[in-house]
Design a protein around this ligand. Structure first.
Ligand SMILES: [Fe+2]
Length: 283
């Protein structure tokens, strides 16, 4: 019996999809210092839905200490299709290696940079672009430098991972998070190669890196850019749901919080060569 043409076409499409599927960005541990985890005792209300400029805390005029870092990329599924409306969360140590986290976990919060936002969110645009203005993460005992991030689609976290730096490759095998990825052959998917440039918001010298995040989902859009965070504020445990609207490319933040990638993400890599990056100003 000769197979139907539609059956053959479907089989061929499946074969092609498999052959050309992108490798998914590997997941890693969340680590102990996620801003909204159940052990957090600091007030996190001011960080719910925080925007994508971690160098400037709302209401302050002095930017964070440290080397400026423009981090951007695209979010796609394994078929290579852009995912819009997804919320990317980024959290990291400040220039001195301190997280916004309570001291009971061994993190010296008293010494943290109060001008550093420590956590931010960005909602991917229609092309899957995301971006953050931040600082080069500081070093703390037991780890190589890294950014933590989560990808949230339709209110669910579909990926928790970390970006690390090519310049630390000699230490990958001795780092507890990097070494399993090296063994699995996936380390390159979370390794950042940094170039230098200028942040046009204040002409600061900046490090610039772009990376594609690939998630193993079939969806190509998130309806509302919704993130759900659970944590504590003071002594009472709270669960907060933040809804941010999908972003436009006008350079303004979305109304409900969360930064817009605008043209920043799209231009960061392209302009790295030229030495200038287009970034948005914080309102
Ligand atoms: Fe960490």
């Amino acid at each position: 019996m000769i197979p139907r043409i539609s059956t053959l076409a479907a089989a061929w499409a499946a074969l092609v999809a498999t052959a050309f599927a992108l490798d998914a960005t590997p997941s890693t541990t969340e680590g102990p210092y996620y801003t909204f985890n159940s052990g957090q005792t600091l007030d996190t209300s001011w960080l719910v839905g925080a925007d994508n400029d971690l160098t400037l805390v709302t209401g302050k005029t002095t930017r964070a200490s440290g080397t400026r870092f423009l981090l951007s990329g695209t979010l796609v599924n394994t078929a290579g299709t852009a995912i819009s409306g997804a919320t990317i969360e980024l959290w990291q140590a400040d220039n001195g290696g301190v997280y916004y986290y309570n001291t009971s976990a061994g993190n010296n919060t008293a010494n943290r940079d109060s001008n550093f936002q420590s956590y931010g969110t960005c909602v991917t645009d229609s092309s899957g672009n995301w971006s953050f203005r931040t600082v080069h993460p500081g070093l703390y005992t037991g780890r190589i430098r890294h950014f933590h991030f989560k990808v949230n689609i339709n209110g669910s976290t579909v990926l928790t991972s970390q970006f690390m730096f090519a310049t630390d490759s000699a230490s990958f095998s001795s780092d507890g998070v990097a070494s399993p990825l090296v063994a699995a052959g996936t380390m390159s998917l979370v390794t950042l190669t940094v170039s230098s440039g200028i942040d046009s918001v204040d002409n600061a010298t900046a490090e610039i890196a772009a990376k594609q995040i690939v998630v193993n989902v079939s969806t190509t859009s998130s309806s509302s850019g919704t993130t759900t965070t659970t944590g504590t504020s003071g002594t009472s445990t709270t669960t907060t749901t933040t809804t941010t609207s999908s972003t436009s490319s006008t350079g303004t933040s979305s109304g409900g919080g969360g930064g817009s990638p605008t043209l920043w993400a799209a231009l960061a890599l392209a302009t790295a060569v030229a030495g200038r990056a287009a970034v948005k100003r914080k309102r």
